[in-house]
Design a protein around this ligand. Sequence first.
Ligand SMILES: [Zn+2]
Length: 314
Amino acid sequence: MSGKFVISLDFELLCGVWDHSDKQAYGPNVLGARDAVPRMLELFAARDIRATWATVGFLFCETKDELIAALPAERPAYVNPRLSNYTYLPEVGKDERSDPYYFAASLVDAICNTPGQELGTHTMSHYYCLEDGQTLANFRDDLVAAKALADLRGVSLRSIVFPRNRFSPAHLEVCARQGITHCRENPAGWAYRAAKGSEQTQAKRALRLIDAFSGVLGTQTFVPRREGMVDVPASRFLRPCAGKPAAFHPLHLGAIKRGMTDAAKTGRGYHLWWHPHNFGRNLDANMNGLRLIIDHFAVLRDRYGMTSMAMGDF
Ligand SMILES: [Zn+2]
């Protein structure tokens, strides 16, 4: 069997970061993501790259009125209210033009209009499945709201990426009942195991950082698992080329390319993921890194017959 190269993007703008940052600190990255999305789409179209865009439901809306009308009646009551994007609703502007941090209907259209791109879900509200205070009923309502917004565009959501990659088997069952068929689990191993925020220790973070630049925990190639849902597990997070770690970015790209080569030679999968806002600063340098990865994929396609896949293609 030929190897598979998978890309998924967690598209969330400010909805994904508001619990630990704000518009002032992270706003430039969020606005930069709006420039990054068309550049990535152009590259993917030119090089026949398929990708899944797991998008927060809020972003589908063009106006605040549209968003308010689409929200579920019952919302998660996290013990930590900073986690809830509903907390910030009073601050949201009236439409995409006046509040580009929150709304992205035009970019969602661009994704839908680019060949080979799958629109997936990152839940309606950037929902945190493992946090205290949420319930399975809240999660179901959140997913139903996200599906309804996608349905309006004629898109049937098949693939989910869970915010912070945190979820339980019970959440997967809810997804299956809502017609979601594909998910992205974490890479194997202790450092990547799903846990709530308070259980993400410094030791785990440090080990993940070392692994990103060295590949010491292995190539993280996968074969898709089919138990109820199709699991297309992540292999590696593509880290931003920015700040001090930029000097080490070639090492990071090297670890990724070694993993891709291993997948191509063994007929396994390699699943790379990131957020558009990771490219929000230093866009040219980040695009150059992505281009090198895609150049490497083209070599593997020619030499070993590796193919490009979105999550929902499995
Ligand atoms: Zn996210």
